[in-house]
Design a protein around this ligand. Structure first.
Ligand code: PLP
Length: 407
C-alpha cells in the first residue's frame, strides 16, 4: 500500500492568499465599478533592467548556433556569475567569500526550503514569528514538529517579534540548534544592527548552532550602518549559511535566479560530536537533485553587476523605496505606528485592531488590498503588511483613498 508522508497532514492549509483572493473577488462582484489597488502580495511590477534584457537576448542567440550552444551547465552555477557575486556582493563589503562557496539556484524559496535536508530530524529549530512561512512549513514536512495547537507547533522554538523588540527577536530561553533569521525582514520590514547580528553569531558559536540567514531584501538597505551580509560579522563563516535572491533586487521573480553561500569553514556535527563541513554536503545535494539555472538567465544575472546594470538596479530599487517612503509617511500621519519601509519594501502597520478587520476596512472603504499580519504568525495579529511593489501612480492613488477612508 502506498502511504503518504503524514507530516503533511499537520500543515495548516495555506489559506492566507486564497482568503485574500476570495474577499477581493467578493468585493469586486459587489462593486464592479470600483478598481482595486493591490499592495498585498510581494511581487515586483516593473520590467527587468535593460542591461539584463540585452544579456538575456544575446545569450538566447548563442543557443541558436552549434558553435555557441550550451547544454547542461555546472550545477553550482557558471563561474562568470559566481565570480561577480563574490566580488561585488561580498569582497566589496569586506566579507571574504570565494566564488566556489556560492551556489547559484533558481530561487531563495527552494534553497531556504531544501537546506533543512542536511540536518538531523531531532534537532531543535528556532523560527521567528511573524515569519516567511517557508521556513516553518518545510520543517513540518520533514517531521521536525509535533502537532499544532493555538498556532504553535510542538518542538519548534518561536522567536517572537513584537513592538518591544522592534521585531528583532531576542535569544531563545532553551538551547536551539538551527536558527532562521531574515533581515531586512519579510513581513515586518525590520532590520538588524551589526551589534545585534554579532550577538547572534556569538550565540551560534557558543551553542554549536547554525544560523540560516535570509538576506533576500539586502538591496533595499539605505542606512550604511546596517549589515548587508552576515559575513560582515567576524566568525560568521563557521556558523552561518546565507541566502540571496535577484527576485526583488532586479525584478527576477519570474526569471528565477538566486544564490546560497555555504562557506567551506561552516560546520555541523554528527551524533558523536564530530564536525563535518556543510559545503561538500550541500554540493552533494545540489549535484544529485538540481541541474542548474539556464545559461541565458545566468548571463542576465551577470549583467546586474555591469556598470549599466548596477545603475539600473539602483534606479529600480529607488523607485520602490520612494513608494515605501510615501506609504510609511502617510500611515504614520494617520496615526499608525509603522515598522519597515526605510530599509525594506514592506511597511508593517500597527492597525490597532484585528488584522482581518483592518484588511476588510481598507478593502471595503478604500478598495486597497494589503496582507493581514496574522497570516504570518500569531505575533502578526493586529498588524497589516503593505508592500511598496506597485507603480507610483497606484501607490499615490491608494494613499489618497486610504486617507479619505480613514480621515
Ligand atoms: N525569502 C524571503 C524572505 C522572501 O520574502 C522571498 C519571496 O518573497 C523569498 C525568499 C523567495 O525568493 P525567490 O523568488 O528567490 O524564490
Amino acid at each position: 500500500m502506498i502511504r503518504i508522508n503524514e507530516h503533511y497532514l499537520k500543515l495548516r492549509a495555506s489559506y492566507l492568499f486564497s482568503d485574500i483572493a476570495k474577499r477581493v473577488e467578493a468585493f469586486q462582484q459587489a462593486n464592479p465599478e470600483r478598481e482595486v489597488i493591490k499592495l498585498g502580495i510581494g511581487d515586483v511590477t516593473r520590467a527587468l533592467p535593460q542591461a539584463c534584457i540585452e544579456a538575456f537576448h544575446k545569450a538566447v542567440d548563442e543557443m541558436a548556433y552549434d558553435s555557441t550552444f550550451r547544454g547542461y551547465g555546472p550545477e553550482q552555477g557558471y563561474s562568470f556569475l559566481r565570480e561577480k557575486i563574490a566580488q561585488y556582493d561580498f569582497k566589496a563589503r569586506g566579507a571574504d567569500i570565494a566564488p566556489d562557496e556560492i551556489f547559484v539556484s533558481d530561487g531563495a524559496k527552494c534553497d531556504t526550503a531544501n537546506i533543512q535536508e542536511l540536518f538531523a530530524v531531532d534537532i531543535k529549530v528556532a523560527i521567528p514569528d511573524p515569519v516567511y512561512p517557508v521556513y516553518l512549513d518545510t520543517n513540518v514536512m520533514a517531521g521536525r514538529c509535533g502537532e499544532s495547537r493555538d498556532s504553535r507547533f510542538e518542538n519548534i522554538v518561536y522567536l517572537e517579534g513584537n513592538r518591544n523588540n522592534g521585531f528583532v527577536p531576542g535569544f531563545p530561553l532553551e538551547a536551539v540548534d538551527l536558527i532562521y533569521l531574515c533581515f531586512p525582514n519579510n513581513p515586518t520590514g525590520s532590520t538588524i544592527s551589526k551589534d545585534q547580528l554579532g550577538h547572534w553569531v556569538d550565540y551560534a558559536r557558543a551553542n554549536r548552532a547554525l544560523i540560516l540567514y535570509d538576506a533576500a531584501y539586502e538591496a533595499f538597505i539605505r542606512d550604511d550602518e546596517i549589515p548587508h551580509s552576515i559575513y560582515e560579522i567576524d566568525g560568521a563563516k563557521e556558523v552561518a549559511i546565507e541566502f540571496r535572491s535577484f527576485s526583488k533586487t532586479a525584478g527576477f521573480t519570474g526569471t528565477r535566479c538566486a544564490f546560497t553561500v555555504v562557506p567551506k569553514a561552516c560546520m555541523a556535527f554528527d551524533s558523536k560530536g564530530i564536525a563535518h563541513a556543510l559545503h561538500p554536503m550541500w554540493n552533494r545535494r545540489q549535484t544529485t537533485k538540481f541541474n542548474g539555472v539556464s545559461y541565458p538567465v545566468q548571463r542576465s544575472g551577470e549583467a546586474i553587476y555591469s556598470d549599466q546594470g548596477r545603475d539600473q538596479v539602483k534606479f529600480l530599487v529607488n523607485y520602490y523605496m520612494n513608494n515605501a517612503k510615501l506609504i510609511r509617511n502617510a500611515m504614520s500621519d494617520l496615526g499608525f505606528e509603522c515598522v519597515g519601509g526605510e530599509n525594506s519594501p514592506y511597511i508593517w502597520v500597527d492597525g490597532q485592531r484585528d488584522s482581518w478587520e483592518f484588511f476588510d476596512l481598507l478593502l471595503n472603504k478604500a478598495g486597497v488590498v494589503c496582507t493581514p499580519g496574522v497570516g504570518f504568525g500569531k505575533c502578526g495579529q493586529g498588524f497589516i503588511r503593505i508592500s511598496a511593489f506597485n507603480s507610483l501612480d497606484n501607490v499615490q492613488n491608494a494613499i489618497a483613498r486610504i486617507q479619505s477612508a480613514l480621515a
